[in-house]
Design a protein around this ligand. Structure first.
Ligand SMILES: [Zn+2]
Length: 80
């Protein structure tokens, strides 16, 4: 199932969700309904242009290319 991506608007408010996508923490925007994981080629921003909590940490700690993919932390794919 593809991620939902919608144009962000002035009411955008990103939150880290409890869900995971491809073993990565899934972030969601409560304003426009977009979803994001760090493998996406874009980065979410709050309505005021700031980095949402957790997003910058994701980008800084893992870097591009997923070099530290094993460090998924609390996010694990469930099921068998
Ligand atoms: Zn948004």
């Amino acid at each position: 199932m593809p991620l939902t991506v919608s144009p962000c608007q002035t009411l955008c408010d990103w939150r880290r969700t409890r869900a995971c996508r491809e073993g990565l923490p899934l972030f969601a925007c409560t304003g426009c309904g977009s979803q994001w994981v760090r493998t996406q080629p874009w980065s979410p921003r709050q309505a005021d242009g700031s980095w949402p909590d957790g997003v910058r940490e994701e980008l800084l700690s893992h870097g591009p290319g997923g070099a530290a993919a094993g460090n998924a932390g609390s996010c694990r794919t469930t099921g068998s």
